[in-house]
Design a protein around this ligand. Structure first.
Ligand SMILES: NC(=O)c1ccc[n+]([C@@H]2O[C@H](COP(=O)([O-])OP(=O)(O)OC[C@H]3O[C@@H](n4cnc5c(N)ncnc54)[C@H](O)[C@@H]3O)[C@@H](O)[C@H]2O)c1
Ligand SMILES: O=C(O)[C@H](O)COP(=O)(O)O
Length: 409
């Protein structure tokens, strides 16, 4: 029989942005050894060249996977985002090419929440300026402008996995938590959901942003929104750099309206540690600037490496798309002694019935069949007897509307 299930040694992984070694180890353990590992992201032109021979790509938040990259990625089976955000990937372009995208939605949430707690304490005490002054030999032993967290009002914008954990940690230190979200949320502890961003920003002493990058969150916090904030309040952003208008923030720090800020993410970030970081915020000692390290702890990175590598190998070995962020989700059992056909097609009427017709005409018995669709594509998985797999693949590739299909055993 002609072999159609690709030998694991021929399945190429490209891992970018220095994903944790745990990912490489997990891939090795699953039998995948053909791995190219780079510490940086790649610009689009280089990516377009490199991705032609790649079956799986692993990235973090920096690598932009555009429609042009997907057009060149004729062998690509799946994308692993070794992070939470997937805004750097054109999810629709991936979908229509039949490429599922996976991420690690929880693994670094605690790390971000802890960082924000640290930033709140430091900013309420004026530590960033005092630290900078002490480094220059200036001794500023004063209590003026220094506050405890106890009793302060924290406003969380985006009460998802990170915002809600932050809320619990903040309450344990005696803070009063308010939240604003586009969805009605079940608040944890005593947190209170408010009806508008304006109400939140007018009420709270500290505002922390935890929304994803979307069309709605682009420049969500500009000069007008900052003007709603109390004098002497604090703004924290560890979500995405596009959410705050940086010039408006710089103006509020310059005028003293804000007592301080902590910014981990920026509209433009250096592509590697060798590039200079440019920002108008560099001149403000009361603005904690961190190089997008909210989720960069050893614990988080190790867990993310394992989690995303496992999602990629499960899709490669078994076809399961559970937890994909862009693809119809199919959870599949193992398929001992059978061959599994994976067929991704345009979601137009009649594809499934054509598949069933060609199989029935060829006398191929479908042992199990799983189907999930979304508005653009359908994903059908069929387990069949081994001896029929070659002819079945021939028939399947001829079904109109087929985007891609492969066989697993
Ligand atoms: N700095 C870092 O290193 C780092 C690490 C992890 C995540 N992040 C960023 O943080 C973001 C949030 O992470 P998460 O795990 O909490 O995500 P999540 O999806 O669990 O929560 C996001 C919340 O924001 C809400 N939301 C969406 N649009 C909104 C809007 N316009 N107004 C108000 N609320 C809105 C959603 O309803 C949801 O409750 C991620 O998308 C990622 O971009 C950054
Ligand atoms: O989306 C995320 O999880 C964070 O922004 C972290 O991204 P990173 O892996 O590039 O640090």
């Amino acid at each position: 029989m002609k072999p159609t299930s690709l030998d694991k040694s021929k399945i190429r992984f490209l891992l970018l942005e220095g994903v944790h070694q745990s990912a490489v180890n997990a891939l090795h353990q699953a039998g995948y050894t053909n791995i190219e590992y780079l510490k940086t992201s790649l610009p689009e032109d280089e990516l377009v060249e490199k991705i032609r021979d790649v079956h799986f790509i692993g990235i973090r938040s920096r690598t932009q996977l555009t429609a042009r990259v997907f057009d060149a990625a004729s062998r690509l089976q799946a994308v692993g985002c070794f992070c939470i955000g997937t805004n750097q990937v054109d999810l629709t372009a991936a979908l229509i090419k039949g490429v599922p995208v996976f991420n690690a939605p929880y693994s670094n949430t605690r790390s971000v929440a802890e960082l924000v707690i640290g930033q709140i304490i430091l900013l309420l005490r004026g530590i960033p300026e005092k630290n900078a002054q002490a480094h220059r030999g200036v001794w500023q032993k004063v209590a003026t402008g220094s506050f405890e967290t106890r009793g302060k009002k924290l406003g969380v914008v985006g009460y998802g996995n990170i915002g809600s954990q932050l809320s619990v940690l903040a309450e344990s230190m005696g803070m009063k938590v308010y939240l604003y979200d586009i969805i009605t949320k079940l608040p944890l502890g005593n947190a209170v959901q408010v009806g508008s961003l304006k109400e939140l920003m007018q009420t709270c002493d500290i505002i922390s942003l935890h929304v994803p990058e979307t069309a709605q969150t682009a420049n969500m916090i500009g000069a007008e929104q900052i003007s709603w904030m109390k004098n002497g309040s604090i703004l924290i952003n560890a979500s995405r750099g596009t959410v705050i208008d940086i010039d408006a923030l710089a103006a509020a720090l310059e005028s003293g309206q804000l007592a301080g800020a902590a910014i981990d993410v920026f509209p433009v970030e250096p592509r590697s540690n060798d590039e200079e970081f440019i920002s108008p915020l560099r001149q403000y000692d009361n603005c904690i600037l961190t190089p997008h390290i909210g989720g960069s702890t050893m614990e988080a990175q190790e867990n993310i490496g394992l989690e995303v590598a496992e999602k990629l190998t499960r899709y490669s070995d078994n076809g399961s798309t559970q937890t994909s962020v862009n693809f119809p989700e199919v959870a599949l059992p193992s398929h001992p002694d059978m061959h599994r056909l994976l067929h991704i097609h345009e979601n137009v009427p009649g594809v499934l019935s054509q598949i069933n017709q060609v199989f029935s005409a060829a006398g191929i018995n479908i042992r199990s069949q799983y189907l999930q669709t979304n508005d653009k594509i359908g994903y059908v998985v069929m387990d069949i007897d081994k001896e029929h797999s070659e002819i079945a693949m021939d028939k399947l590739t001829g079904v109109p509307g087929t985007i891609r299909c492969r066989v697993l055993w």
